[in-house]
Write a protein that binds this ligand. Structure first.
Ligand code: SF4
Ligand code: SF4
Ligand code: SF4
Length: 411
């Protein structure tokens, strides 16, 4: 019987007038609605506001011991991830210990034991929540996320790599796909190329997917030519964007699960993005916009950055206009441009193209203000190093471009 079934059964069996047992009693305060200008934390992909932002500090009160139906099963898994998302879960500090009161952690490769065969042996639907970070870039990732989907009631796509492909999906810009990537990594990168030249002259050793060792066959996962987002492989219930997500998002996600487990509070609608607001990042940014025309693109270290003026006004490329708010503009507060890790707003499908449009509109090229020649504009734009990598740093996997192809018909 799944946690949800146990929970509903316990709820149905509860005598109506009986005081709830102390250990299972809800101790949370109802979250006060956030002022409208501060945005919302749960938003549907159609931008319908579902609930208010909840300060992370309230989470600790909500985990007073095992829920009424008993601990539920929680899995945390990383696919093609850097580990930052896993570490970000620890950002809830000592409250991570109370997560152990609430749930059995049946898998968390970075922190706890729990093997693939342990999960495979579990009943379908017996894991209440699987939190999955990272993109899907090889057969092992694919197998594990499909297995976790089969075993889980709720799957959360956690972090920008899982939600949009993130930096792993920039590999999709290599036209030759996995073969070209492996060849580059093992024979062209100076350190590996030198090593190969010294030790395997003439026949560089390339990773094989199968190897017949005396003890038996060893296998390695097969790299895909195209890195995928989690929801391009399995059905996803909730999204938590960010590289990594902010503490507020994590707390909110855990609080929603805890509220459901302890108090029977309905979960947000399927497809909800957690931790984002309905505005763009620019609307959360403290910097003053003057909509100056750009005549030179610069990096932050090349100028004395004005702490109050919009970075775009200073010629620094910032993806704030094309990025959904939620992080409270952490990077621009620190004098660095937004790189777009929270992904696009609900109204925008193509974050990179949207950013490019916003930036292009700052060039003085309007018909009634034709102060710049086309050649000069090309000169300015050519100072953007790696435009695809810059504008699609986090969302290549979800973009319409999706990947490079070679004219000869390669991937
Ligand atoms: S979203 Fe960022 S922190 Fe999370 S796995 Fe990807 S690169 Fe790492
Ligand atoms: S473009 Fe960047 S720096 Fe300017 S207001 Fe928007 S987020 Fe802030
Ligand atoms: S400012 Fe932009 S890049 Fe920085 S955390 Fe926020 S969304 Fe991500």
């Amino acid at each position: 019987m799944s946690f949800f079934d146990r929970f509903r059964k316990n709820k149905a069996a509860e005598p109506k007038k009986e005081e709830p047992k102390k250990a299972a009693a809800p101790v949370s305060k109802a979250p006060a609605p956030a002022p409208k200008e501060e945005g919302q934390c749960w938003t549907k992909t159609d931008a319908t506001v579902q609930a208010a932002l909840l300060p992370a500090a309230e989470l600790g009160e909500l985990l007073p011991g095992a829920p009424p139906g008993g601990k539920f099963n929680l899995a945390i898994y990383w696919a093609a991830a850097c580990g930052g998302c896993d570490v970000s879960i620890l950002d809830i500090n000592e409250r991570i210990l109370t997560v152990g009161d609430m749930a059995n952690i049946v898998m968390w490769p970075i922190a706890a034991d729990g093997k693939e065969h342990d999960i495979a042996e579990m009943e379908d639907g017996s894991i209440t929540v699987s939190i999955i970070s990272g993109a899907v870039r090889n057969t092992e990732n694919e197998h594990m996320v499909k297995l976790l989907r089969q075993k889980s009631v709720i799957v959360v796509s956690y972090g920008s790599c899982a939600c949009f492909g993130g930096s792993p999906a920039l590999a999709n810009l290599v036209p030759g796909g996995a073969k070209e990537l492996l060849d580059y990594a093992y024979t062209k990168v100076p350190t590996t190329a030198n090593f190969q030249a010294d030790y395997h002259k003439g026949a560089p050793v390339m990773p094989q997917n199968k190897y017949g060792a005396p003890e038996g066959e060893l296998t390695l996962p097969v790299l895909f030519d195209t890195v995928k987002t989690l929801d391009q492989v399995i059905d996803v219930d909730y999204y938590v964007p960010g590289c990594p997500p902010m503490q507020e998002s994590i707390s909110y996600m855990l609080k929603a699960v805890a509220d459901f487990a302890y108090n029977g509070v309905a979960l947000p609608p399927k497809g909800t993005n957690i931790g984002v607001v309905t505005k763009t990042l620019c609307e959360q940014c403290h910097r003053r916009k003057e909509y100056r025309r750009i005549t030179k693109i610069v990096e932050p270290h090349e100028i004395d950055v004005d702490p109050e003026l919009c970075l775009m006004d200073q010629g620094i490329l910032c993806l704030g206009p094309a990025t959904v708010g939620g992080c409270n503009a952490k990077c621009t507060k620190a004098g660095q441009p937004c790189r777009g890790c929270y992904g696009p707003t609900a109204a925008v499908q193509e974050q990179g193209a949207s950013a490019l449009t916003a930036i292009a509109s700052l060039f003085p090229v309007l018909d009634d203000d034709a102060t710049m020649e086309e050649g000069k504009i090309i000169d300015i734009m050519s100072t953007v190093k790696d435009p695809l990598g810059y504008f699609y740093a986090f969302t290549m996997g979800k973009s319409l471009i999706k990947r490079s192809v070679s004219e000869k018909g390669g991937k």
